[in-house]
Design a protein around this ligand. Structure first.
Ligand code: PEP
Ligand code: MN
Length: 341
């Protein structure tokens, strides 16, 4: 367990960071590094003896030593007071001023459908194309996705349009393959506590979007994120996608308080998925705007060229026209909270 976070002064050299790390390691601690924009933070993992804080604080390079009280450590805002800004490519990052929009069909259904979706959502201003090739479905008789073929189709859409790709990974043995085809790997609600999958994802160096389990508390969700970070993958995006409540008029209850709270408790970017969060097309616009007002750093939206023909989640999919209108309307909401879209 990380007990202490050592905040180093901005001017500390890499050589000194290394020396301090080695000194701690000699005393039996493991050390986690986090390189922020301005300073390096060290997470000291182990059971610090009395006086360790003081002896660290006595070092010239140490600005302060922060004991971490939360069960999640690296995920905690105590560990990294500044927002984490995660680079998706040279032009695009998430967690900064710009709100990132990820849009596309629930599932990859065929080459033309993916390409048409990609062109439509790109035209309306989305930067990332979503689409599941592996679909974890409640019923074994439902469409399970186009699997490897679907990944190839996403790849062609990426080549044609230049969009980034987010797609779901469901099998720990498939992590490297899905990582080759995607810019962000998505962990679905049903796999939030698939710890073996999370451990595999902690070894790669690509962003992972971690959906909140449909019955997970906020703390369980953040502990799942800790699995990713403790294994060394710091590129974690949290995603609120609705939780199960007694309400039946909506598919799930979109928990926007979790968005505002996650922004306080953690330094990680938070994405909102109003499509699965409500299950109803007519609610997506209002919930997307509310999500941006609540502090979301990104939106994950289902858009299908012909929702009535969708293999899955048609009722919650926007038409390209709806999506274009939403993107136009979101601009004003984003600027009212100091963001751009
Ligand atoms: C999805 O985004 O395609 C999906 C399956 O979502 P969830 O895991 O939130 O149900
Ligand atoms: Mn879906």
């Amino acid at each position: 367990m990380i007990e202490l976070i050592v905040v180093l002064k901005p001017e500390t050299t890499e050589a000194r960071v290394q020396e301090i790390t080695e000194r701690l390691e000699k005393r039996g601690f493991r050390v986690h590094h986090s390189q922020g924009e301005k300073r390096t933070l060290l997470g000291v993992i182990g059971h610090p003896e009395e006086g360790l804080s003081h002896s660290l604080e006595a070092m010239a390079e140490v600005e302060k030593v922060v004991p971490i009280s939360r069960p999640y450590k690296l995920v905690s805002r105590e560990f990294s007071p500044e927002n984490s800004v995660i680079e998706l490519n040279e032009q695009l990052s998430i967690g900064g001023k710009q709100i990132v929009v990820m849009a596309g069909p629930c599932a990859v259904e065929g080459e033309e459908q993916v390409l048409e979706s990609a062109q439509e959502v790109k035209k309306a201003g989305a930067q990332v194309l979503r689409g599941g090739a592996f679909k974890p479905r409640t019923s074994p008789y439902s469409f399970q996705g186009m699997k490897g073929e679907g990944l190839e189709m996403l790849n062609r859409a990426r080549e044609e349009t230049g969009m980034l790709i987010i797609t779901e990974v469901i099998d720990p043995h498939n992590v490297d393959k899905v990582a080759r085809y995607s810019d962000i790997l998505q962990v679905g609600t049903r796999n939030m506590q698939n710890f073996y999958l999370l451990q595999e994802l902690s070894r790669i160096r690509k962003p992972v979007l971690l959906k909140r389990g449909m019955s997970a508390t906020i703390e369980e969700w953040l502990m799942a994120a800790e699995y990713l970070m403790s294994g060394g993958n710091y590129q974690v995006l949290l995603c609120e996608r609705g939780i199960r409540t007694f309400e039946t008029y909506t598919r799930n209850t979109l928990d926007l308080s979790a968005v505002a709270l996650a922004k306080q408790l953690t330094h990680l970017p938070v994405v909102v998925d109003p499509s699965h969060g409500t299950g109803r097309r007519e609610l997506i616009s209002a919930m997307s705007k509310a999500a941006v007002a609540a502090g979301a750093d990104g939106l994950l939206l289902e858009v299908h060229p012909r929702p009535e023909e969708a293999f899955s989640d048609g009722p919650q999919s926007l038409t390209p026209g709806d999506f274009q209108q939403l993107m136009d309307e979101l601009k004003g909401v984003a600027s009212s909270v100091g963001r751009s879209i």
